[in-house]
Ligand binder design. Structure first.
Ligand code: PMP
Length: 425
């Protein structure tokens, strides 16, 4: 197809007519597809089926002869903390193994900071006039939702291929009302970027206006590679300690996309003071986590090699879906100038960038063809993409055939929206 920018209005009208008849054909197929969220597919969950019969009859003693059926052990099983020590980049003593959701741990750290304050702070965050968080954009909607629900003001920071734009971050963070920053440092949601060494070191070392500033370091995709390549990510806890800010990072991860999304284990890692602080707060909230789930995870994964083997299985199932999307977008949108998209090396998302003002129209058109997409704007604080341009594609859950059909729908809807936009001028 001739690039849209080279078509005169007459040609654009003809193109639109052509695209609309293809749209009617797609509508007639009666598709019912869902690409809204980054959920693992059933065949990925099947990889962890053995968990359903573990730890097994009468197997309920931990390595330290604790009875996992009983109360207690708020820090979580030592053997599981040891198993994830390499992934989290912290010694087992500086790790908490909790229940199934790292988002819940992020919520709790935020809530405790608001209600009680964090080490090094003068008062609970909720006693401040205004609390602000830096939000690399595009970003993860549930991070933004946490801020919104607790009245934390969000300041957008543009993403670059190396992570958040550090000149902007270093400028904004001098404001003492900036208490935190969301970071998805590897295969970020949704752009897929991994923070460069320089970015991580600067985040760890920068002068913050608030003495109790925290990095909410959500390493949700630490193990989630889509290729043979492995990115390098600087250990933020070490970098922060070296820079004299040992308590700055709250490091989060979970097995939601390793074992079972609804029944995995989540982790928090931090400095010794951070862990003491967290356990002091968490010990009031609960007498201890689900240690039987932790025990069966330790039995099932065995060691780090077992963990990496399992991730290979995920990659084998996921990578073809990502390849299918980029292949179809290349085929149908390549050279048209109607969009740009990422070809991520890991994580769960492809980012599609449409011309200004087109993203919500693409979602509307896709819905008309039976495809549910993540709403436009979800990747921005307050759900508002000021340019209405960014879309997040989540190819993990549908089958490969469904993903291919969905990619065709997305490509066509993007072309229609972009052609309409050019005709509007
Ligand atoms: N962080 C990021 C960046 C995510 O993309 C997701 C899931 N989509 C989560 C956290 C949720 O993690 P969990 O299941 O451990 O709560």
């Amino acid at each position: 197809m001739t690039p849209l920018s080279e078509q005169n209005p007459e040609a654009l009208h003809a193109t639109l007519g052509d695209l609309q008849s293809r749209y009617a054909e797609l509508q007639a197929r009666g598709l019912k597809l869902d690409m809204t969220r980054g959920k693992p597919a059933p065949d990925q969950l099947d990889l962890s089926d053995d968990l359903l019969t573990m730890p097994g009859n009468r197997d309920h003693f931990t390595e330290s002869r604790e009875d996992a059926r009983n109360y207690g052990g708020v820090q979580g099983l030592a053997e599981l903390r040891t198993l994830f020590s390499g992934v989290l980049g912290a010694p087992p003593a500086q790790i908490v193994a909790g229940n199934n959701s790292s988002l819940a741990l992020m919520h709790d750290c935020l809530a405790y900071a608001l209600l009680k304050g964090v080490p090094g702070g003068a008062r609970p965050w909720s006693r401040e006039e205004t609390v602000r968080f830096l939000c690399p954009v595009p970003g993860y909607d549930r991070h933004f939702a946490l801020c919104e629900t607790y009245g934390i003001e969000m300041l957008s920071v543009p993403m670059t291929p190396d992570g958040p734009d550090m000149a902007v971050v270093e400028d904004l963070v001098r404001d003492p009302s900036v208490k935190g920053m969301w970071c998805v440092p590897q295969y970020s949601n949704p752009g897929g970027e991994t923070y460069s060494d320089d970015t991580v070191r600067r985040l760890a070392a920068m002068e913050a206006g608030a003495p109790d500033f925290r990095l909410f370091w959500d390493n949700a995709y630490a193990l989630h590679h889509l290729t043979e390549r492995r990115p390098h990510l600087v250990n933020v806890l070490e970098a922060a300690a070296e820079a004299g800010h040992p308590d700055r990072p709250f490091v989060f991860a979970s097995t939601s996309k390793v074992t079972l999304a609804g029944a995995g284990v989540a982790f928090l890692a931090g400095s010794p003071d951070t862990i003491r602080w967290y356990l002091g707060c968490a010990g009031k909230r609960s007498i201890g986590p689900d240690k039987l789930n932790q025990l069966r995870h330790a039995r099932f994964l065995r060691d780090e090699a077992g963990l990496l083997r399992l991730m290979d299985g995920h990659r084998q199932r996921l990578a073809p879906k990502f390849t299918a999307v980029t292949r179809i977008l290349d085929r149908d949108l390549g050279g048209t100038g109607a969009a740009r998209w990422t070809d991520p090396e890991g994580g769960y998302f492809i980012l599609l960038e449409t011309p200004e003002g087109c993203a919500s129209r693409v979602v509307e058109l896709a819905a008309g063809c039976g495809l549910a997409m993540t709403p436009a704007g979800a990747t921005h604080p307050y759900g508002r993409d000021p340019h209405d341009r960014i879309l997040r594609l989540a190819p993990s859950y549908p089958s490969l055939a469904e993903v291919e059909a969905a990619a065709e729908v997305i490509a066509l809807c993007t072309l229609i929206a972009a052609t309409e936009a050019r005709l509007r001028g």
